[in-house]
Design a protein around this ligand. Structure first.
Ligand SMILES: [Zn+2]
Length: 217
């Protein structure tokens, strides 16, 4: 049984998206755009990206150099990872390529990151080819309990991710949204949703207030 499970929000600024630190026995960083010097965690086990855009992964190589953490990202973003236009680093005025991730995840893959703690990945393309949501759950008394849903740049509090960037596709985004709605309806209404940008919200908020979600209900 997990002794502790917490999440910490590192809110976005003009150069980086929201980053999230998941703290259990070990620490996991989601969307490594926060400076290593921030000191939020020295002992990372692994780093996950919801997708390959610069404002989500800009600091990943520095984190990897300074910690033993493995970096895992969606397989479908691999092809464009070092395209400086597609990865948005040019847009942010810092054209960049990145070193190869340690591994990739794919749709519906489940990783038990430590005993009783599970990350499940849902591939929801449209904002980028590999753009994903991550459902974090834990096992308690033989039951899987959802903890948080990380929605990346697929779903925000009252909006969705843009689809006009290289690798984006509005029709794919519509299909992804429909699928995400089905996924969310099976989750507790008060489950926190942690987006790539803007404030956190709940599943109920998304189903009640988000105009893009409501369009498909
Ligand atoms: Zn993005």
């Amino acid at each position: 049984m997990l002794k502790k499970l917490k999440y910490k929000i590192i809110p976005e600024n003009w150069q980086h998206a929201n980053s999230y630190l998941i703290q259990a026995e070990k620490n996991y960083l989601i969307d490594p755009s926060i400076d290593f010097d921030s000191g939020i965690a020295q002992d990372l086990d692994s780093i996950y990206a919801t997708h390959f855009h610069f404002d989500h992964i800009s600091q990943v190589d520095i984190w990897r150099k300074n910690t033993e953490a493995k970096f895992i990202m969606p397989e479908n973003d691999q092809e464009l990872l070092n395209d400086e236009i597609a990865n948005c680093s040019t847009m942010f005025g810092q054209p960049r390529s990145f070193s190869s991730p340690d591994s990739f995840y794919n749709d519906e893959q489940i990783i038990e990151v430590e005993k009783d703690l599970f990350f499940k990945f849902y591939l929801l393309p449209g904002h980028s080819p590999g753009c994903s949501a991550i459902l974090i759950s834990y096992l308690h008394a033989n039951e899987m309990k959802p903890f948080v849903l990380i929605s990346g740049d697929v779903l925000f509090a009252n909006s969705i991710g843009r689809t006009d960037l290289k690798g984006g596709d509005p029709l794919q985004m519509q299909e992804s949204l429909k699928r995400l709605i089905t996924i969310m309806k099976d989750l507790p209404m008060d489950l926190p949703v942690l987006p790539g940008h803007g404030p956190i919200f709940t599943i109920k908020d998304a189903l009640t207030n988000n105009p893009y979600v409501r369009y498909f209900l």
